[in-house]
Write a protein that binds this ligand. Structure first.
Ligand SMILES: Cc1cc2nc3c(=O)[nH]c(=O)nc-3n(C[C@H](O)[C@H](O)[C@H](O)COP(=O)(O)O)c2cc1C
Ligand code: SF4
Length: 693
């Protein structure tokens, strides 16, 4: 039973003509699948319905072909043909009583229209503002265009209704939706009745809401999503102007949906943003309107959520990432199972699925986007197979997830860990600056495993093949992790680079083990980053905080290049700059000698030496696969030892981000004792239906 202090989270509340059964509101979020994987996306939303959310939204849905954001894969509602796919989604959302919402996006100054080849339309004629600085400009909407656009919104609203949605969200946040483009003086430089004063800049929003209300308002609630602060300086739609706008148009939508600035502000990673970071910006807005307000802030703590409602900051708790990491979050609170909540770690790996146009993963929830493709449920495992015992070697993210999921299936699991702590790389990385929330990967699994009677954990157990053969477990999962290379092999160097042993070279493992002096004042340290995810930037931060003069050298054009996909690259650059790190981009390292590193320009090859006292080598990682390989050489002995299978999973198989490891552990647990599918595809996929030739 739930704790009475959380009752407030379960009070129903009206949104226009509908009543949400509770205050848990899944704000729009994409998933990398969108129009390409409609059934996978629908099933994912259906799981959230089962998990107890009161309101569930789609991701942004391109509502007219004159504005689209190819190559990104979202949803489309361009013609009646798109309705059945969306109907599948709204049906899934409503199965357990949630209200189904669709977010309508007209991307204006953010839509380059690569697919439709239409000229982009925006309030003012300016270059398209995408992540990739596309060489395309928008034409300013004339008054006829604006009339057309209003009609297109009405058409999309009618189709949304036909597709079964209860709520329509008009997208005006993150710099992505046209409502913001009209509201902001940066993107609206018009001199007619749609530009200039705030009243004029809000005209388009007022007109579209009125049009949609006339068309479908009796059955469909209208919400408006705006950013709390555009965060681009004086010209931007500031927090003060947002408040003025809400006050001026107090009862315009049926609900105000308050996001933050750009997407990277709104979905800030835990490295840079705390839970509830938007509180100051959102506080007080609720008093300006009689309509309910939803806000976000990577909310995973029921206490913080309840306080937000109790103190009148918000009416609905908006969640994107917390609902991905744990689609059953509301139900767990309702059932008084707070300890079972799988808290989002704020790593933004889910966002990389959208940024890479693939399909999203979640570090904490390996079943995300596999609900339909693989039939994986976040809370339930498939039935146990014929075997009984499994040895998991290594308690990093892959080993822990395999153990948790296998034990849920009913296997007797023995977890052998070489050190005295659980967590593997996460146990070490959680101690690095900004990464403490990542420890939730371990904490969640450690607690879950502690609740199972069919798991035995052994520490200080560095096993040999002889040990494993002697135990006689039916199945063995090798999850022994990886370590950072010292020889520089990564992308610039595919074979070891010349390194003089007279130079001190630390790997990230050394730094995490604190082999370096605590105080590096007066020393110069070169951090060479040819990994390009977060570790290079974090190493530079550690060194700078220890007092060193840090020079970060990377062959990439960006610090921590791949973190552009997790929306934190800008924040990392700023942090390093603030710490005084000397950032040298487009430079590799060709040799490490006593007292200096030799660097080269990525383009010209011209070389320059940098004098330094030590180097932190952030190259690639080597799988710890010795035990696995040793067992393979003893394959002839397996049957006598009672061993049926030995598999290698996670970083021990091929090093990758933590999400890959939890996925590998989960997959291992799901597939144990299941029939061999041979050469068949291991997941379901949808193929576009052919039109007549
Ligand atoms: C994977 C992902 C995709 C998102 N896609 C959208 C989107 O399509 N439309 C939108 O308005 N916001 C989108 N957002 C922003 C979220 O709605 C939300 O405002 C933000 O993530 C902060 O909420 P959270 O801290 O609960 O994640 C997305 C966020 C994530 C994590
Ligand atoms: S991928 Fe990371 S940020 Fe995204 S929901 Fe999962 S844990 Fe949270």
């Amino acid at each position: 039973m739930r704790d009475a202090k959380y009752d407030i989270l379960f009070e129903p509340l009206a949104i226009g003509p509908h009543v949400a059964k509770n205050r848990f509101y899944q704000v729009p979020h994409c998933n990398g699948g969108g129009y390409r994987d409609p059934s996978a996306a629908a099933a994912m939303r259906g799981i959230k319905s089962e998990g107890g959310w009161g309101v569930i939204f789609t991701e942004q849905t391109e509502m007219h072909h004159t504005s689209e954001i190819t190559p990104f894969i979202e949803l489309r509602l361009w013609e009646d043909k798109d309705i059945p796919g969306l109907r599948r989604m709204s049906d899934a959302m409503k199965v357990h009583g949630a209200l189904a919402g669709i977010q309508l996006a007209y991307s204006g100054i953010n839509g380059p229209n690569f697919y439709t080849k239409e000229v982009p339309l925006a309030p003012s004629a300016l270059p398209i503002r995408t992540f990739t600085n596309d060489p395309v400009q928008a034409r300013a909407l004339d008054l006829t265009d604006i009339r057309n656009l209003r009609r297109w919104f009405v058409n999309a609203a009618k189709r949304s209704k036909m597709a079964g949605f209860d709520l329509i969200c008009l997208y005006g946040a993150h710099g992505f939706g046209i409502f913001q483009h009209f509201l902001s003086r940066a993107t609206n430089q018009r001199t007619d009745e749609y530009g200039g004063s705030l009243e004029n800049r809000s005209r388009f929003a007022r007109e579209v809401v009125a049009d949609i209300r006339d068309a479908v308002g009796d059955t469909t609630a209208i919400t408006m999503r705006v950013s709390l602060d555009e965060t681009i300086g004086e010209l931007g739609f500031s927090n003060a102007e947002v408040r003025e706008f809400v006050e001026m148009n107090a009862d315009l939508p049926d609900l105000w949906d308050l996001a933050h600035g750009a997407w990277e502000d709104c979905s800030g990673p835990s490295r840079f943003k705390e839970e509830g970071a938007q509180e100051l910006l959102v506080k007080g807005i609720r008093e300006l309107s009689s309509k309910p307000v939803v806000g976000v802030g990577r909310f995973t703590s029921p206490d913080v959520m309840a306080r937000m409602i109790r103190q009148g900051v918000l009416d609905f708790i908006g969640c994107a990432r917390p609902s991905i990491a744990d689609p059953f979050l509301p139900r767990k609170i309702e059932e008084g199972r707070i300890e079972d909540i799988r808290e989002c770690i704020g790593c933004n790996i889910c966002i990389t699925g959208d940024m890479t146009m693939s399909i999203s993963r979640c570090t904490q929830n390996p079943t995300f986007m596999e609900e339909w493709r693989k039939g994986w449920h976040p809370e339930r495992m498939n039935a146990k197979g014929e075997s009984q015992t499994v040895l998991v070697v290594g308690a990093g993210p892959a080993g822990l997830e395999a153990t948790r999921a296998l034990s849920l299936r009913g296997y007797d699991v023995t977890l052998a860990e070489a050190t005295t702590t659980l967590g593997g790389r996460v146990a070490r990385e959680r101690l690095l600056p900004g990464l403490s929330a990542w420890g939730r990967v371990v904490d969640y699994r450690q607690y879950q495993i502690s609740q199972r009677t069919n798991v035995e954990t052994y520490f200080d157990s560095r096993l040999t093949a002889e040990d494993v053969l002697g135990f006689g477990f039916e199945h063995v999962a090798i999850a022994t992790g990886s370590h950072w290379r010292r020889d520089g092999v990564a992308r610039q160097h595919v074979v070891p680079m010349p390194i003089d042993p007279a130079m001190t070279v630390w790997t990230p493992d050394d730094v995490m083990a604190k082999v370096h002096p605590e105080n590096l004042t007066g020393k110069t340290v070169v951090v060479y980053d040819d990994d390009h995810y977060y570790m290079g930037g974090v190493m530079a931060e550690v060194m700078a905080k220890a007092g060193a003069n840090v020079i970060l050298v990377t062959p990439s054009a960006y610090v921590s290049d791949w973190t552009r996909n997790t929306l934190e690259q800008g924040a990392i650059h700023v942090r390093l700059d603030d710490l005084g790190v000397d950032i040298r981009l487009n430079r590799g390292v060709t040799a490490i000698r006593a007292g200096e590193v030799e660097t080269n320009c990525t383009y010209t090859g011209r070389k320059t030496a940098i004098g330094c006292d030590a180097v932190v080598m952030v190259a690639s990682r080597l799988a710890e696969d010795a035990l696995y390989n040793e067992l393979l050489t003893r394959q002839a002995d397996w049957a006598d030892a009672g061993i049926k299978t030995v598999k290698i999973i996670g970083d021990a198989s091929a090093p990758a981000p933590i999400a890959w490891a939890t996925y590998a552990g989960h997959r291992y647990a799901r597939e144990l004792d299941t029939p061999d599918i041979g050469d068949a595809l291991p997941f379901r996929r949808e193929v576009t239906q052919l039109e007549p030739a």
